[in-house]
Design a protein around this ligand. Sequence first.
Ligand code: FAD
Length: 464
Amino acid sequence: MELSENTFDVIVVGAGTGGAIAARFAAENGLEVCLIDRKERNKIGNKICGDAVGKEVFDILNIDHPSGKELSCTIKGVKLYSPDRTKCITMIDPRQTGYVVNRVEFGQRLLNDAINAGVKQFLDETMALDLIYDNDIVNGVTVKLKDGTKIDLKSKILIDASGLYSPLKKKIKFDIIEKDFSKDDAIICYREIIDFPAKDQEIQDLEYISIILDQEKAPGGYIWYFPRNKYSFNIGLGVFMDYKGKVKELYKENVFKEYVKTSNIEIHSSGGGVCPVRRPIWTCVANGIIFVGDSALQVNPLHGGGIDPSMRAGFFAANTAAGAIQSGDYSIDKLWDYNVKIMTNFGAEFAALDLLRRVLQSLNNSDLNFGLGKELLTASEILQIAETGGITLSLWNMAFKAFKGISRPKLLLDLNYLRIRMSEIYALYENFPRNYNQFEEWKKKVQVVYDKIHKMIIEVKNNK
Ligand SMILES: Cc1cc2nc3c(=O)[nH]c(=O)nc-3n(C[C@H](O)[C@H](O)[C@H](O)COP(=O)(O)OP(=O)(O)OC[C@H]3O[C@@H](n4cnc5c(N)ncnc54)[C@H](O)[C@@H]3O)c2cc1C
């Protein structure tokens, strides 16, 4: 599409899963939308990823589920393995069912859906460079077009869905927005999609995605084994950011060697990427701007899944933008309801899982083998955590577990302490301030819980 005008209701920067959904629903709300991406149109959707997404989000957004060329396979559940591989917890419930998608085809479909919904202007190979402001409100973006010219595009609301390294977030002039993230809150990954054309190796557990916790082979993260079909899988690992520069080596040694048993292979995609593993940024809105998906660190801290939350966030952002534009008020106060939707829809769960992730990263293989082997956490409790961000153990259950865990009372106490803090943080996020003016007070209360867990982790490490 040639650029026909330069003023829009909404400009969406980034046409990944979050941006494409935001653009689609903004257009469906009757808004004049401009969608831009730095990639060439036919490369949109191409991303180094595990490619797994749950079914639920398609029902919630009432959009087509992946099918045809978009779909590699359908998943019935998740298998979680202990480091010594002797314990496997199988989780099957409606929230664990889903798909492994072909990322480019899936991304192209979401893009086409947005364009068909009435996006007025789609500009590919267009790079967002910086924000522009009207007084203290973002009202557009400076971009470099395909032909190299730099222009200003004006918006009432700007939606930033440009991913983890959003250049706009880095440059924003409002202090309330976190411009960067700590390296402790992200993992670095490497993965390959491998086909077995000679059919001399079959993929195991075709209906499950498998996650292997192993602090020696994948320190701070996990190994994944996701089927695509009977003769193709997506395997990889995520590790602490300190392993930057060594992650491919770790993958070759600890994943490829274990799971690839033949030399008759075709590697049809390989590469690395960084995944945030913490709760969303403190506030995902400021005057005139809404942050969506990786740009707002809206990723499940436990497994790094960010497709589903980015799509939900895109949907919420479009609705909030429509409301603000109708009222003519683009201030942070008016956009605040987007924060409330994010924090109460999945932010509470992610904040609780962020605490769990931090503690899990501090355990060693012996703790993990013990905890999973003795079922200190069962499949249904893990599912409960995934659903509500906390667990409510009955007294009998607690006593029973205490008996089982008698040889490691400290670990049990730590897990119980964690359980209480997870419930606290979940409740705080459920009660995310409905108004911006209560935000600072709320933030202090959240920080207290984080400080407690931080202290506990230091003690756990010192006792090892
Ligand atoms: C190795 C790895 C494995 C993962 N596995 C899974 C998984 O199995 N399941 C899952 O749910 N999630 C997974 N994730 C996370 C998931 O990929 C992301 O959370 C999700 O893609 C976020 O979508 P997004 O739309 O926010 O950002 P992105 O998909 O990153 O899209 C951002 C878009 O913005 C564009 N852009 C960037 N900068 C600019 C600019 N300056 N101007 C214009 N356009 C710009 C980019 O070209 C891109 O199209 C994984 C991540 C990694 C790194």
